[in-house]
Design a protein around this ligand. Structure first.
Ligand SMILES: [Zn+2]
Length: 291
């Protein structure tokens, strides 16, 4: 390589370097950090504790940019960036029926504090409650346990319509009714959804198609997106797809969409869902919310 090209490259990089926001003083963005509270006190086994830890670290990989620290957070002081409190509730909600299948409520979760309007209505604090039916669920692998916790963490990060009126979907006006069914209006999530359907070979992908929400408006539609972890009914093999990651981007997070996993074609085409099933109680709103 000639001296001239090297010099030109050096100048180009120097100019790119100058384009960084003034005053940030750093080249790399500050990473997104999740602090867990109350995990040690949960009546769970070591591998389940590890799954909680891994689920949080996964979200830290997906969300690639932190927020300004929250000052004087009750119980914690200054907070970088997100606090999730875990709690065990020994009173198992009654099992529900879906068709002839029993569904166990595994957990409930909700954001408890919001950041305000500066970078979208995203929270900085939330709570996850787990029930005996989840702790003692038979034949759940580490991966499945982890994906349930990742599902709950998504809720506390703002993937929710609860609690009124601050839930991100409603707070950011990210829902619309189409033909009587609620849809998520985030354009990035919609694009990812159409892309997955297209690659699966679906012939009914229209360019203005949005992501359908389940009847509780807190999850993706349980049939249409049973392959994503944000379906309310978890099916073995469901993964964190680009639809959910991009929904986070639509809500104001900076994400790394290459962290997404593709749903298996087998699961996408499967008619009746198989494997152990849980429902996340997205309606969990017994926590007082103070903005
Ligand atoms: Zn849920």
């Amino acid at each position: 390589m000639s001296k001239f090209i090297l010099t030109a490259l050096f100048v180009a990089f120097a100019i790119m370097g100058c384009n960084k926001p003034m005053g940030s003083g750093e080249v790399e963005p500050e990473p997104f950090n999740i602090t867990l509270m109350g995990v040690e006190a949960l009546p769970i086994q070591g591998w389940q504790r590890l799954a909680i830890e891994q689920a949080a670290r996964r979200w830290e990989q997906v969300i690639v940019e932190g927020f300004p620290d929250s000052r004087d957070v009750p119980d914690v002081g200054d907070l970088d960036d997100f606090l999730i409190e875990f709690e065990y509730n020994p009173r198992q909600p009654a099992d529900r029926k879906m068709g002839n299948q029993e569904i166990t409520v595994f957990a409930g979760s909700t954001p408890t504090r919001y950041r305000g309007q500066d970078r979208g209505v995203v929270p900085f604090r939330g709570k996850i409650v787990i029930y005996p039916g989840f702790v003692d669920a038979p034949s759940l692998t580490n991966t499945e346990w982890q994906s349930v916790i990742m599902h709950e963490i998504a809720h506390v990060l703002g993937f929710t319509n609860n609690p009124d009126p601050l839930g991100a979907f409603k707070g950011l006006s990210m829902m619309t009714r189409i033909d009587g069914k609620m849809h998520f209006t985030g354009p990035l999530a919609a694009e990812a959804y159409r892309d997955i359907l297209f690659r699966q070979g679906s012939k009914n992908v229209s360019p203005d198609m949005l992501v359908p929400l389940d009847s509780d408006h807190n999850h993706w539609d349980r049939e249409a997106l049973k392959w994503d972890i944000m379906s309310p009914i978890h099916v073995r093999g469901a993964v964190l797809t680009a639809v959910t990651i991009q929904a986070m981007a639509d809500m104001g997070y900076t994400v790394d969409v290459t962290q997404a996993k593709n749903p298996s074609l087998l699961l996408m085409l499967a008619k009746p869902a198989v494997g152990p099933r849980f429902i996340c109680d997205g309606q969990y709103i017994s926590i007082a919310v103070q903005p």
